[in-house]
Design a protein around this ligand. Structure first.
Ligand code: ACO
Length: 327
């Protein structure tokens, strides 16, 4: 069966910067606490007239140009997001429309693992011949769904989008994505969620007042599971690819917290020099963070053809994922 590979990438970050010092004016926090606990120094925020699909489209156009294909070549658009333009239709159909496409297009809800889950769907579609080129996007306008009075969450999140074009790898080549490993543990669903506004709990004026339509998180619970689960899925991905930790050239991971990633790499016996980090500039952009990191690492010249990558992500659900990829 054919494999898929990454043909091009793109990313887009909105212009407005919110620094840790800006947040000191909003909630009881300080730059020292935020940067030492998370590694984050600043994050981006959408303009009032920007929504998730605008960020996604900008990243997609760059990825299409980078891959050297025409938009009309694309047979699938899949977006990982938890902050789409509307509850429905999907943000993917809006992006497909703006690209002049009428192909298969859908969103996928896997929080910070959204891009990895989307990539798995696109990879499988290419493997079985459902399409030849897929546009995979992680895009978030998270600053529109955070509670700006909650210092435990509002300091973490930022907005942005990253995209990749997947196409078939040459038969017999080393290049390609996967295997991809996806996991979930719904017993921790309430540790990171938006409690109201869905079919379980209708939004009332009281719940709106209590910001129950915004992100709620028990950070230390997520932290504990993140370190352990990311390390175990990393081992799983390496084993199924027949790689050892030493084979990995670069780790491209969801950028939530530098302490989580450092601890995970330590458990895997990998040097932190293999880790690409941009969370200091963008914070946690959920599904967008891994493809933005991938794009920045590629465009910086850090990655070269033939390099072996390890992708890792974990987010609300909780869900987590790991995959190998040879460029
Ligand atoms: N500034 C100052 N103090 C703060 C802040 C803040 N912004 N936020 C919390 N504190 C305080 C708490 O109130 C607490 O005070 P107390 O000891 O007096 O009660 C103290 O700091 C410690 O709080 P913890 O929550 O235990 O701090 P922790 O070291 O766990 O760091 C953090 C919090 C950064 C949120 C961490 O738990 C984390 O990164 N968790 C994982 C986040 C994550 O990976 N999420 C998944 C992806 S997101 C997605 O899927 C959308």
């Amino acid at each position: 069966m054919r494999r898929s590979r990454i043909l091009g990438t793109g990313s887009y970050l909105p212009e407005r910067v919110i620094t840790n010092h800006d947040l000191e004016k909003l909630v009881d926090t300080n730059d020292e606490w935020i940067s030492s606990r998370t590694g984050i120094r600043e994050r981006r925020q959408v303009a009032p007239d920007q929504a998730c699909s605008d960020l996604a489209l900008a990243a997609a156009l760059k990825a299409i140009a980078d891959a050297g294909i025409e938009a009309s070549d694309i047979g699938m658009v899949v977006i990982g997001t938890v902050s789409g333009d509307m509850p429905f239709p999907s943000t993917a159909v809006l992006v497909a429309r703006d690209l002049g496409l009428k192909c298969c297009a859908f969103d996928l809800s896997a929080a910070c693992s959204g891009f990895m889950h989307a990539m798995a769907m696109a990879d499988n579609a290419i493997r079985v011949g459902m399409c030849d080129y897929a546009l995979v996007i992680g895009a978030e306008a998270l600053t529109t769904i955070v509670n700006w009075q909650d210092r435990g969450t509002c300091i973490l999140f930022g907005d942005g989008a990253g995209a990749a074009i997947l196409g078939a790898a040459p038969v017999g080549s080393e290049q390609g994505i996967g295997p991809i490993h996806l996991h979930s543990d719904g017993s921790l669903a309430e540790a990171l969620c938006i409690p109201a506004g869905g079919s379980r709990t209708e939004l009332t004026p009281e719940l709106l007042e209590q910001k129950k339509n915004k992100v709620h998180m028990t950070g230390n619970v997520i932290f504990k599971h993140a370190t352990r689960n990311l390390a175990s899925v990393a081992q799983e991905a390496l084993e199924s690819a027949g790689w050892t930790a030493d084979d990995v050239d670069h780790v491209i991971a969801h950028q939530a917290n530098l302490r989580i990633l450092d601890a995970c790499l330590k458990r895997c016996g990998m040097s932190s020099e293999k880790l690409f980090v941009n969370l200091d500039r963008y914070g946690n952009t959920s599904a967008a963070s891994l493809p933005i990191a991938l794009d920045e690492a590629r465009k910086s010249g850090r990655l070269k053809a033939g390099d072996k990558l390890l992708f890792l992500a974990l987010g609300g659900g909780i869900v987590w994922s790991g995959a190998t990829c040879t460029l």
